[in-house]
Each structure stands twice: as C-alpha cells, then as structure tokens.
Design a protein around this ligand. Structure first.
Ligand code: SAM
Length: 642
C-alpha cells in the first residue's frame, strides 16, 4: 500500500483551483478535462473509441458490462457513460459496472460545482452526489439507477486498487493527468495490472499518445494503434487485448439460486439477486421472514471501530457506510437514522475513545466526539458522559424490512419448510426437506444464523458459537426515551409504538429459548448504571417486562462469514456459500456482504477488496483436523466436490 499523509482512514482531498470555471489540480498542475468541451472530449476519446454505444446495444438481458477507469476526478467520464447506458439500454436487466480509482478524491462541494458545468447530466450528477462517499480511503460501492448501474470507487492509489480489487473489464478508460505531470498513474506496474483485469477482446482508450505508454501496453499484449486526438490534440491511442493474451473469464451462475434462511442476511441477498434479474428460492423453517435473530422490534446500526486502523476496522467502516445507502429506501418508515451515541460509559471506554481519536482521522460526516452536555442535547436523555456521535446511524425494524425485501416477483418463498439434507449431484445441489420433491439449484447459500453449522454438508466441526441475547421492552413512561440510539454496555433505542428496546444480554452458556426475569433484570441494572438519570421512577423500576430472545451466530474471531464453503483441505466446494456469523452487527454488515456475495455468485466486480475478503473466508471456520474428523471430512468432501 502507498503512503498517505493523513492519519487513517482519511485521504487527502483534491486541491482545486478554478480558472474560467474549469477545475484544475494544484497537486498536478493540469486540468481535469479539456477546456474546449470536456463532455464532448469524453464522448469522443472514451465512449466512441471503445465503441460503447454499439456494444451496449448488443448486450443481452442479464449481461454485465464492466468499464474500468484510472482517475475518477469529477466523475464526468462516469456520468457520460451512465448517460450512454441509459440511452442504449433503456429496458432490461443488463448491469453496467464502472470501476474507478482516485488518489485525491474531490470534496463533495467541489464535485457539485464541477458537475454544474453539464446541465444535461444534472439528474445523474444529483444521484451521484447523494451517494458520494465521505472521503476515507478504501473501496466504496454505489448502487445507482435502481441497481442498473454500480460504481466501485476506490479511494487510494491506482496500483493499490488494481492489486486488491477483483474484476474483469470489458473496456478501459486510461485518464490520468498527462504522464509528464502524473508519473505514478502510468507506472509499468499499473499497466501490467491492467492486463490482469482484462478479458478476451477488452478494449482500451487513452487521450495520451506518448510512445512509452503505447509500448508498455503493447508489451502487455494489447494491440495498439493511433487515432486522431480530440480538439487541438493531434493523436490519441486505442487498442484491444487479443483473446490469446487474456485471462480466463470469471465463473458465474445464471441462477436460480437457493438461499436457506430468511433473516436479514438471507432477505438482503435474495432481494439483491432478484434486483439483478436472478430467480431466487428462499427457504426458511419459520412461517415468516425475520423470525430468528432478526426478529427484534428494533435493531441499531452499530459497529465498533478499532483504536488502530486495520483490516477489521476498514471492513466495519465500509459496511457501515454502505448500510446507510442500502436502507435509504426505508427511511422514515422502517429505518430511522436518528444518530447514534457511543457513550464513554466507563473509564476503560473513555480511555479507548481518547486513544481512538488520537490515532485516527475520521470525516465528521461519519463520526465526531461530543461532551456530556452535547450528548444530552443530541439524545434528549441526561448523559453523564460524552462519547462518539455517529450522525448517520440509527435504528430499524429488521423483521419488517426482511418482509419488504422478499416481496419480489423473482423471489419464490418456501416458508415453513425445514431443510433436512443438502446433496451435490451432477453439478447441482439437491435440497431435501420434509415432504415435497427436492429443490434443485446450481447455487446455494446457507444463511441460517446459528443453525448454519448443522446444514453444512461436511462431516467436520466448525468454530461457530450460538450466543443467546435477550432484549427487554421498556414501556412508555418508564424512562426519558432518547431521540437517538445510545450504546454503551447496553443499547437503548428511541421509543416506537409505545416501546423502547434495550439489551441485549450476551449469554454464552444459556440456551433458554424464552425470556427470563433474570435477563430483563440484568438489562435494566446495566442500563441504570449507564444512564442513571434516564429513569423516571427513582430509585428502582419495578414490575415485569416483556422481552424477546434471539440466538446470534458468532465466530471465534468475531468477524462474519461470507464466501464459498471450503473443505478441510481449503478447497472450495462448487456452488455452495455461507453467509452468517454476523453476531450482533448484522444490521451494519449484512447489506455490504449481500452485495459482495451477489457479485461473487454472478461474476461481477466485487464490492469488497481481497484483503478484506480474507477476513470473511468460510475456510477459517473449519476446526483443526483430528484423525477422526479428517477421515470423515475426506469422505464427505470428496462426495461434495464431485
Ligand atoms: N476521469 C476524470 C473525470 O471524468 O473527471 C478526470 C481524471 S483527471 C484527468 C486525473 C485523475 O487522476 C485526478 O483526479 C487525479 O487525482 C487522479 N490520479 C492521479 N494520480 C493518481 C494515482 N496514482 N492513483 C489514482 N488516481 C490518481
């Protein structure tokens, strides 16, 4: 990874100067686009020379087209491509993926100013601006145009982008600043990686005609030629990758896909695939979606970010940011981004937050520190301490969201169906349940929370833990209900429909399926210690309370699991995936992981970069081999791999 000048996860913004209304980079001393007519230049150099309009028109339903770009800049190339996509592919399920790397992202206010230059792109620019990520380094996935356009925006150096992202481009836009003022963009290493992300016939176009760049591309197997340049530029170069030079195409399923488990994870994935035109069979033993751990009345979009910025924290942050976007359609009804306070509720947490703020630099749109008095103002509850304020977080009704998500014509619900056995046969998976014929699919995802291990068709044992969590329903009047979510040792949600949910217990060695008085008491005692002045009835709340029990599926390293099932030797089993281990962070993580799994299943560019994918690997969940389970695993994995 290249060095950054700011503390993580911040990234230096572009330093712009405006001359005659046109943005120029102070860092590089060059313009973002031609002074003659930037939009026409984009159309000529990148769209026309890559023959995009014709190629878009030739796509079939469910096809995917991938454009990759060096240097996102103002997003002009992206918007012009999106506009051409709309014009040439008005009605079907083909998806445009646009993958772009940007070392110095433009701040949102500057981006808005730059895009005002193109009134005809305004509706698209407005949509881009409303999802444009806060400036922190890493991979951002934007789902636009109802999912027909997906932008993977990597904030960081282009070589880091191409070294960590998984995608295969159909067309390349090489658009740095001029090679003389932007040498890092045109390194041989970057050009080598461009070939690695290209498939048979991938085309490439760039405004520059510098001989070294042409030769470097030719050295990687691209057939390159000169073409007339735009405006005052004499030449540009354009080319393609002959089939014999290309990497094999990424594997993909065309569906149908079966998902076992209609909790938040399974429902988000089902909806994601259905939106991309895939038929889904969604199976759950319960009679309705979101009946397990996702069945609480309220759940908070909460993550814990590490003191030292590392891969786990990057994953948490990326997921949290994606979740804001994913829940947006439910805003005001089932999703309430009220803000969330991470209370510095004891000395240890206060010390942790101090070190966290000292070692990191987060954009204020994501989080900032507040003192006790501001915390009190923001939440409406007397807070004895300050903490970290997450302005865009909040709470949602997970069960209702699950039910809305699965209400889709391409999702075939099989609720009340208990799966008995999963068997591979001739490249397909047979799903046997009580009664009725087997469901037979090409691909299968097990998203059954803590029941997942018993469904995995390997005779080995796994490192999942089921952890009981009981929430307590607090009736109106008992306490000053907060306007925002407050998290500390327990969380407390705002009042909704006469109830505020608090909890949850974390019971490792308790399998009691029903709420107990003892767990309610524990929740109340801890809440009282955390927020002593929130309660109206001093000194002790009395009476019995309602509650609900769920079992979280947790892993030994507290990281989720999303990816292909692997046997004890680390070999992937074809067509079978796990999506679980979300612990108590499912609300924040599940949307991004669903997006990533859908990408993987369909062979689309992947929303999560390689180093973060490793954290999610199902292979790590297999217990170390003992002699006995080695024999059993070999038997069953041989059968499964067939
Ligand atoms: N495609 C852009 C558009 O449509 O507005 C214009 C791109 S501008 C000519 C070049 C961009 O490359 C700048 O935004 C610059 O910050 C970015 N850049 C320069 N060096 C880079 C590097 N090493 N990695 C990633 N991006 C880089």
């Amino acid at each position: 990874m290249r060095e950054y000048n700011l503390k993580p996860p911040a990234i230096e913004a572009a330093d712009l100067q405006w001359r005659d209304g046109i943005p120029e980079s102070r860092q590089f001393g060059d313009v973002y686009f031609s002074r003659d007519n930037g939009l026409e230049e984009t159309r000529y150099v990148f769209l026309q020379q890559n023959e995009l309009p014709e190629r878009f028109r030739a796509l079939e339903d469910n096809d995917v087209f991938v454009v990759a770009e060096t240097g996102f800049g103002t997003g002009l190339n992206f918007l012009a491509t999106w506009q051409a996509w709309r014009e040439n592919r008005p009605h079907n399920h083909a998806i445009l993926h646009f993958v772009s790397a940007e070392r110095f992202p433009i701040a949102p206010e500057d981006l808005a100013r730059a895009l005002e230059l193109w009134p005809e792109l305004k509706p698209l620019a407005d949509e881009l601006l409303s999802s444009y990520p806060p400036l922190f380094r890493g991979t951002h996935r934007l789902v636009l145009d109802g999912g027909r356009v997906r932008l993977t925006l990597f904030f960081g150096d282009v070589v880091d982008a191409w070294s960590t992202l998984t995608f295969q481009a159909d067309a390349w836009f090489l658009d740095g600043f001029a090679p003389a003022c932007n040498p890092d963009m045109w390194l041989d290493e970057g050009i080598r990686l461009i070939r690695r992300h290209s498939k048979a016939g991938t085309t490439i176009a760039t405004f520059t005609a510098v001989g070294r760049i042409r030769r470097a591309l030719q050295g990687q197997g691209f057939a390159m030629r000169k073409a007339p340049g735009f405006g005052r530029k004499r030449d540009m170069i354009v080319g393609h990758l002959p089939p014999e030079e290309a990497e094999p195409a990424q594997a993909r399923t065309s569906g149908p896909v079966a998902i076992i488990g209609a909790g938040l994870a399974g429902s988000l994935l089902a909806n994601n695939l259905a939106q991309r035109g895939i038929e889904v069979v969604l199976i759950d033993a319960a009679q309705k979606a979101g009946a397990g751990a996702s069945g609480n009345l309220q759940g908070a979009s909460y993550v814990k970010l590490g003191v030292d910025f590392n891969a786990q924290t990057e994953l948490a942050l990326t997921a949290l940011n994606f979740a804001y976007q994913a829940y947006e359609p439910f805003r005001g009804r089932f999703w309430h981004p009220t803000g969330l306070l991470q209370l510095a509720w004891n000395e240890q947490e206060s010390d942790r937050q101090t070190r966290f703020l000292d070692r990191n630099h987060y954009p204020e749109t994501l989080l900032y520190p507040v003192n006790a008095s501001t915390a009190t103002d923001l939440t409406g509850v007397p807070c004895p301490f300050g903490g970290l304020w997450f302005p865009r977080s909040g709470w949602l009704s997970p069960q209702t969201i699950c039910q809305r998500l699965i209400d889709h014509p391409r999702i075939h619900q099989r609720l009340g169906v208990e799966v008995r056995r999963l068997t591979p046969c001739n490249g397909k998976w047979h799903i046997a349940s009580d009664g009725g014929p087997d469901t037979i699919v090409e691909s299968l995802v097990i998203a059954a929370g803590h029941l997942t291990p018993q469904l995995i068709p390997l005779q080995s044992s796994f490192r999942f833990k089921a952890i009981r969590g009981q929430v307590t329903h607090l009736p109106e009047g008992l306490l000053k209900a907060p306007r925002a979510v407050i998290c500390g040792e327990k969380y407390l949600n705002p009042m909704a429909g006469g109830t505020a949910v608090t909890g949850a217990t974390f019971d490792l060695h308790n399998a009691a399926p029903h709420p107990t008085e003892q767990s309610n008491q524990e929740n109340l005692d801890k809440l009282r210690t955390m927020l002593p002045d929130a309660f109206n009835d001093h000194p002790e709340p009395s009476g019995t309370f309602e509650g609900r029990v769920g079992f979280r599926c947790t892993t030994h390293d507290y990281q989720p699991v999303a990816g292909p099932v692997k046997d004890m030797e680390g070999r992937k089993l074809d067509g079978i995936y796990l999506f679980t281990g979300l612990g108590s962070k499912g609300i924040s993580y599940a949307p991004l992981l669903a997006e990533y799994l859908a990408d993987r299943l369909l062979g689309h560019p992947e929303a999560i970069p390689g180093p973060l994918q490793k954290l999610l690997d199902p292979g790590r969940m297999n217990r170390a081999k003992t002699k006995d389970n080695r024999r059993n695993t070999e038997l069953s994995s041989n059968e499964a791999v067939k």
